[in-house]
Design a protein around this ligand. Structure first.
Ligand SMILES: [Cu+2]
Length: 409
């Protein structure tokens, strides 16, 4: 009986104490998160730290066009600033201090914008609670084995005593696991419902040439609580693609986390009409999601489009798109050599695929793509016209090339 009890408790504990899978920084494992803040496209690199208390190295990798901008960073009671210089892309380092392992928040602030990025510090040396928990499991295993051996030799009292000790060890480990604040946010369900996303823009009807805020509030479909458990997905908490109905406006930005479950980005539209916002993200334990919404922009019409059809493809089957960038020194952006985002004219379909060619790591940690060509395998579900935007990075500049594609039956 007690063996079944012990096994039951052990299974329960293993479920409770599953290690966090996302947002972890530990020695040799950096966390990379793209953020679009105060008009700057920045990749925040939180370096793993070998020991706590100790320094936490945070690099801001700024992409062109870099504005003059002071970005404040803070973790716990430790703060610093980084000054971006106009037209000077690249890595801007900062050093903060962390006292403990476990959950932290990196606060970014620039102009009137801010973002709070959750992450977890792990060090190679296990924390005390880990040693108690895992030591408890180890001791239980040994005691159970001893109990079984003793039982087989028919020394019933010795087996019961050893088994009882095993139960006690498990209960101690269970108590530590439950009371440990380190484990508090790891008690998550297996499989979560999709997040419901509500789009709002401020002001409610933006005007051409004026800044506005695009906001997605994410809510758990089951509990109605903010869905605030986003995993890092292609080096960002979320990817926001905003396009105008006519395809002339395209922005791929990385919204700020301004509240639990709230993602915001500031944009300026260059043409009037209907706009689409698509957000791509992944809830921890729930897989990827694409959510969308529409809003209108008032004012004068935008610049005329001189779109000509670049390719004609058949519908419903994979095709290869090859783009010659004319550059052999491409950098990886969001972990990939290139991105291809496609949208049909009506806005019912948004696709996002990645470059499929080989990549080579360089000693400074950046990744360069081999050749000047970028290759994408992509398919278009139905006939009609599609917009396509190819994106890649070169000299810390994100290059976006728009295309028009005709898809036939
Ligand atoms: Cu993105």
């Amino acid at each position: 009986m007690f063996i079944r009890l012990v096994l039951g408790i052990s299974v329960l504990l293993i479920l409770v104490a599953r290690p966090a899978s996302a947002h972890v920084v530990s020695a040799g494992a950096d966390l990379r998160l793209a953020q679009t803040i105060a008009g700057a496209e920045v990749t925040v690199v939180i370096r793993g730290t070998p020991e706590v208390p100790g320094p936490l190295y945070v690099d801001l990798v700024a992409h062109q066009p870099v504005p003059d901008l002071v970005i404040g960073l803070a973790v716990g009671g430790s703060a610093g600033t980084v000054r971006l210089l106009r037209g000077r892309p690249g890595t801007y380092p900062a050093v903060l201090q962390v006292r403990d392992t476990g959950p932290h928040e990196l606060h970014l602030k620039a102009a009137a914008e801010f973002s709070v990025l959750p992450f977890r510090v792990q060090t190679p040396r296990p924390a005390t609670w880990e040693m108690v928990v895992y030591g408890g499991f180890g001791a239980t295993g040994l005691l159970l084995a001893a109990g079984i051996v003793a039982g087989a030799r028919a020394r019933r009292s010795a087996a019961v005593a050893l088994g009882g000790l095993g139960v006690a060890v498990v209960i101690v480990a269970a108590t530590v696991a439950v009371v440990s604040p380190e484990l508090g946010d790891e008690q998550r369900d297996l499989g979560r419902p999709n997040a419901q996303a509500f789009l709002s823009v401020t002001p409610a009807q933006p005007a051409v040439g004026e800044e506005f805020t695009v906001r997605f509030d994410l809510v758990d479909g089951a509990t109605g609580q903010p869905a605030d458990d986003l995993a890092v997905h292609h080096a960002a908490l979320a990817h926001l693609v905003v396009t105008s109905g006519d395809g002339g406006f395209f922005r791929h930005v990385h919204p700020l986390r301004t509240e639990r479950g709230r993602l915001e980005a500031r944009l300026t539209a260059d043409r009037a009409g209907s706009y689409l916002a698509h957000a791509e993200f992944e809830r921890t334990d729930a897989g990827g999601q694409l959510v969308s919404g529409r809003f209108d922009v008032s004012g004068p019409g935008g610049p005329d489009l001189a779109h000509t059809v670049a390719w004609t493809f058949p519908a419903g089957r994979p095709v290869m798109i090859e783009v010659d960038t004319g550059d052999t020194g491409l950098q990886s952006w969001l972990g990939m050599a290139g991105h291809l985002i496609t949208r049909d004219r009506a806005g019912a379909f948004l696709g996002h695929v990645h470059e499929q060619g080989g990549m080579a790591s360089t000693s400074d940690g950046t990744v360069t793509a081999h050749g000047p060509e970028l290759r994408f395998t992509v398919s278009f579900p139905r006939p009609g016209q599609y917009f396509a935007w190819v994106q890649y990075a070169r000299d810390f500049e994100i290059v976006t090339v728009p295309y028009l594609i005709e898809v036939t039956r």
